[in-house]
Design a binder for this molecule. Structure first.
Ligand code: S3P
Length: 443
């Protein structure tokens, strides 16, 4: 059942919140804990639908995965190479990360598994991940373009791989590294532009030999030693900066706002949005910097600010990749033009985000130009009119970005379906309303 929602303008946001656990780190924590020997306790795990799909998949593959309390999970792993053939199709729901990383794990387990997902995941490209995984000796039979549903025949006698990524993709990098765990010798990924390095950091946290070197031209060479046994470890998942982005931007857009967001993961390869917003004039403070399970964490303190347009060059894109919907919302309220380039990857996310952003903002009265891989937003220094209903098309971040816009526009902004929000940010509406937003069911 779709859940239509509507956001009305709010008079500034105030208060203190914690956002749910980081989605990228949560998937990796469950997968690596399932490949470890013995028990791991994970605290702060995101209990959104995407991560629950990974939990169910690891269980179907033989690991013991148990919820002990809110955000607190216990995993007893099977050891590298120790997963078992699943009895049924693995349904990864809406999650590209779950599907692609798990394909990596399965590529070097010598059994056949079948994988599917929802309508959004079934239209997403998978050749980018199956092509390098074939190098290990795995075979994939999917639909056109390698799309789901797909059969994965893992290599019984895997070979290690050296792979140069054609696009910056942490999912493809991680899939290859996870496959390399059960191949003899060294598996190496060369990435032309650094992408989020949660897998590398978590492998190191579990004591797996992993090396990261500069390639001399701005890229990185990441290698992992295969066929190692590693023991379970406890870890704490920080709050998701990609979820924090919504209350953060809503607070910036609200005159007189003052919001503290506690315990946010600030991995430099994820936190591009904060730097860009600061460059646009946003007042964002970082307090109490610390480290948890190898990841930098801090509290964010944000105040209502006047924004001006900026240029966002292509080299900013990987560290901001999931934040373009909400960044575009901020740009729509800023004074002057914001130019964003190198956005081709946005077309293959949970929806074609570049066109969803452009269509939605135009319907709200924003002047803009959408290119093949670029977007120019002409801001006037005031929030646009609003007064539109946005088609979410199974994309959680499109839903949350446009509800964030509706907290600032004179006329309400509605979304036709808020249910996808639960894939990454359960409790989004209550958290925003607790800060003073006015998001409600739209009957
Ligand atoms: C992710 C990597 C990114 C990102 C996605 C999560 C990850 O995708 O958009 O939401 O956890 O590795 P790509 O690897 O396709 O860039």
């Amino acid at each position: 059942m779709p859940r239509p929602l509507l956001a009305r303008s709010a008079a500034g946001l105030c208060g203190e919140v914690r956002v749910p656990g980081d989605k990228s780190i949560s998937h990796r924590a469950l997968m690596l804990a399932a490949l470890a020997v013995g028990e791991s306790r994970i605290d702060g795990l995101l209990e959104g639908e995407d991560v629950l799909r990974t939990a169910a998949a690891m269980r179907a593959l033989g690991a013991l995965v148990e919820r002990e309390g809110p955000g607190c999970w216990r995993v007893a792993g099977c050891g590298v190479g120790g997963l078992a053939e699943p009895a049924d199709v693995l349904d990864m729901g809406n999650s590209g990360t779950a599907a692609r990383l798990l394909m990596g794990v399965l590529a070097t387990h010598g059994f056949t598994a079948f994988m599917t997902g929802d309508a959004s995941l079934r239209r997403r490209p998978m050749r980018r991940v199956t092509a390098p995984l074939e190098g290990f000796g795995a075979r994939f039979v999917g639909r056109e373009g390698g799309r789901l549903p797909i059969a994965i025949e893992g290599a019984a006698e895997a070979l290690p791989v050296r792979y140069r990524l054609p696009v910056a993709s942490a999912q493809v990098k991680s899939a290859v590294l996870l496959a390399g765990l059960n191949a003899p010798g060294l598996t190496t990924v060369v990435e032309p532009t650094p992408s989020r390095d949660h897998t590398e950091r978590m492998l190191a946290h579990f004591g797996v030999p992993v090396t990261v070197e500069d390639d001399g031209s701005g890229g990185r060479i990441v290698s992992v030693q295969g066929e190692v046994e590693f023991a379970g470890r406890d870890l704490v998942v920080p709050g998701d900066v990609s979820s924090a982005a919504f209350p953060l931007v809503a607070a910036i857009l609200g005159p007189g706002s003052e919001v503290r967001i506690r315990n946010v993961g600030l991995n430099p390869l994820r936190a591009g949005l904060i730097e860009i917003l600061r460059g646009m004039g946003a007042e964002i403070g970082v307090e109490g910097e610390r480290t948890a399970a190898g990841e930098p964490v801090a509290d964010l303190v944000v105040r209502g600010s006047r924004l001006h347009g900026v240029a966002v060059p292509p080299d900013r894109v990987p560290s901001t990749i999931d934040e373009f919907p909400v960044l575009a919302v901020a740009a729509a309220c800023a004074d002057g033009d914001t130019r964003m380039e190198g956005l081709a990857e946005l077309r293959v996310k949970e929806s074609d985000r570049l066109s969803a952003i452009a269509r939605g903002l135009a319907a709200c009265g924003v002047a803009l130009e959408e290119g093949e891989d670029s977007l120019v937003i002409h801001g006037t220094g005031r929030p646009p009119r609003g007064g539109a209903t946005i088609a979410v098309d199974l994309d959680h971040r499109i839903a949350m970005a446009f509800l964030t816009l509706g907290t600032a526009t004179p006329e309400p902004v509605a979304v036709d379906d808020g249910t996808p929000i639960d894939t990454s940010f359960p409790g989004f509406v209550a958290l925003m309303n607790g800060l003073g937003a006015r998001i409600e069911e739209n009957s």
